[in-house]
Design a protein around this ligand. Structure first.
Ligand code: NIG
Ligand code: FE
Length: 415
C-alpha cells in the first residue's frame, strides 16, 4: 500500500479525534488545529498525524515536504445538480432586465427549459459535460459531492440522469458521491391542468424504477410556492421511504413553504435553502436530527435575501453550507467563493463556515465517518493551501485569490 508522509505542515486544520455528532451552535465556532505538523496517508486513508517534534519513523513512505504550507480537509459539497445539458445565460440576462426567477419559471423557462434540453441530449453527452464539472470542482478542493436528478421530469429522462450519476460514481471511486432522485423539481407544462397525474407518475412509476435499479439513496422535493405543496411533498417522501430512500427537501427558498416542517416530519437528512426561516422553522428543527443546509451562492446569483445563518446558529442549531451548483440559480461549484459569501453575506465566522462546509456537510450526506475532518481512518482528502495564507480567517477574506495550491483525494494528487 502506497504511503505518503506530508511533513512541515504549517498548520493542520480541522483535526478531530471523533466526529460523532454534527457541530451545533457555539460548537461551530471552533476549528481545532495542530501547528507544525505531519500527516501520514496510507493508501486512501489518513493513518496518523502529529507534531513535527515527534515525527513518525516511516522509512517506506514517499515524503512530501510542505515547507510550512497549511492543510485542511477537502470540502464536502452536500447539494448540487451538476448533471445538466446546457447553461441558461439567456435567463440570467432576462433577470438583469427585471424579470424574476419565479416569472421565468411560470412561463415555461427555468427548470422546464433545462428539462427540455436534457430530454434531447444523449446519455454520453450528459456524462461528458458532468464529468468536466466534476473535475472542475475536484480541482477546487471538493472531495465529496451529492448530485441530484430533476432535469429529466419524464421517467426515462430521470433514469438517464441517475445513470449518469451512477457512472460518475463508478469512474470516481476515490470520492463519495451520493445520488438523489428529484423527480418533483417542477411540474411539466403538459401536467398543468392535471397535477395529480404527475404526482402519481412519480409515486407509481418513477420511484419504483429508481429503487429497483438502485439509482438513488435520497429523494428530494422542491417544496415551494409555484412548485410542490406541503401535502404533495409529504406524499412523495412517504412513498420514497417505502423504498428506503431518505428525504431531503428544497425548502423555503422563495417563501415560507412548510418545507422545513414536512422535511422534519419525514425525518429528512437535510432541508436545504432556508432563505425564509422564522420561529416555527427553528422550533421544528430543534432536536430533529435534520441538517439545515444553506446555499449562499444561490442567494447571491438570484439576488434574493440570504438565509439567516446567525439566527439558526445562535438558536443552537447546526448548519451545513453547500454550493447548489446548477444551470439556473447557481452556475458555480466554487466552494472558496461560497465560503466568502457565507461570511460576508450571512455573517458566519470563518471557523463556522469551514465547519459548515466540511464536517457538517459530511453529516448532511451521511459520510461523517469518511470525510469532513482530519481524523484517523477517514479519507485522505486534503487541500494544501498556498504558502501566503497566514490564517483560516484569510480564506473567506481573500475572495479573489486562488489560495488552493494542491488537492489530494483519497491520498492521490488531483490534476
Ligand atoms: O436548488 N430550487 C430548485 N432547484 C435549483 C434550481 C433549479 C434551476 O433553476 O435550474 C436550486 O436552486
Ligand atoms: Fe438545489
Amino acid at each position: 500500500m502506497k504511503k505518503r508522509l506530508f511533513t512541515n505542515i504549517g498548520e493542520l486544520l480541522q483535526v478531530r479525534e471523533k466526529t460523532t455528532n454534527p457541530l451545533a451552535g457555539k460548537e461551530m465556532s471552533e476549528v481545532p488545529s495542530i501547528e507544525n505538523a505531519w500527516l501520514l496517508a496510507e493508501g486512501n486513508l489518513i493513518a496518523r498525524y502529529g507534531k513535527m517534534d515527534d515525527l513518525a519513523d516511516v522509512s517506506d513512505a514517499e515524503r512530501i515536504d510542505l515547507s510550512g504550507r497549511k492543510v485542511m480537509p477537502a470540502w464536502v459539497d452536500s447539494h448540487t445538480h451538476i448533471v445538466f445539458a446546457k447553461s441558461r445565460e439567456e435567463e440570467f440576462v432576462m433577470r438583469l432586465k427585471g424579470r424574476s426567477y419565479e416569472e421565468i419559471a411560470a412561463s415555461g423557462g427555468g427548470i422546464l427549459n433545462s428539462a427540455k434540453k436534457l430530454q434531447q441530449t444523449s446519455e454520453d453527452e450528459l456524462y461528458r459535460s458532468a464529468e468536466i464539472r466534476l473535475n472542475e470542482v475536484r480541482a477546487l478542493g471538493t472531495g465529496a459531492i451529492e448530485i441530484k436528478s430533476g432535469y429529466g421530469l419524464t421517467t426515462d429522462s430521470e433514469l438517464k440522469m441517475l445513470r449518469v450519476i451512477k457512472r460518475l460514481r463508478e469512474n470516481y471511486p476515490d470520492m463519495p458521491i451520493k445520488s438523489t432522485f428529484l423527480g418533483a423539481h417542477a411540474l411539466p407544462v403538459e401536467y398543468k391542468e392535471r397535477r395529480e397525474d404527475f404526482i402519481r407518475l412519480i409515486i407509481d412509476e418513477m420511484l419504483p424504477k429508481v429503487a429497483e435499479q438502485g439509482l438513488a439513496e435520497y429523494c428530494d422535493v422542491f417544496c415551494e410556492r409555484g412548485f410542490f405543496t406541503y401535502d404533495e411533498t409529504d406524499r412523495i417522501l412517504q412513498a420514497a421511504a417505502k423504498y428506503d430512500m431518505k428525504p431531503k427537501v428544497h425548502a423555503n427558498e422563495l417563501d415560507y413553504s412548510g418545507g422545513v416542517q414536512v422535511g422534519v416530519k419525514n425525518k429528512a437528512i437535510s432541508v436545504d435553502h432556508l432563505e425564509f426561516v422564522g420561529k416555527e422553522e427553528l422550533e421544528a428543527l430543534d432536536g430533529s436530527g435534520t441538517m439545515p443546509t444553506l446555499l449562499p451562492s444561490t442567494a447571491f446569483f438570484l439576488d434574493i435575501d440570504y438565509a439567516p445563518a446567525r439566527k439558526i446558529i445562535d438558536y443552537g442549531l447546526p448548519v451545513a453550507v453547500a454550493s447548489d451548483y446548477n444551470p439556473g440559480s447557481t452556475p458555480s461549484g466554487r466552494m472558496p467563493l461560497v465560503m466568502s459569501l457565507a461570511c460576508i453575506k450571512m455573517k458566519m465566522t470563518p471557523a463556522e463556515a469551514l465547519n459548515a462546509m466540511t464536517i457538517n456537510g459530511a453529516f448532511a450526506m451521511e459520510i461523517e465517518d469518511k470525510c469532513g475532518s482530519i481524523t484517523k481512518g477517514k479519507l485522505a482528502n486534503l487541500i494544501v493551501l498556498n504558502k501566503e495564507v497566514p490564517s483560516l480567517d484569510f480564506l473567506p477574506y481573500a475572495f479573489g485569490t486562488d489560495w488552493i495550491d494542491e488537492v489530494y483525494i483519497s491520498g492521490r494528487k488531483v490534476g
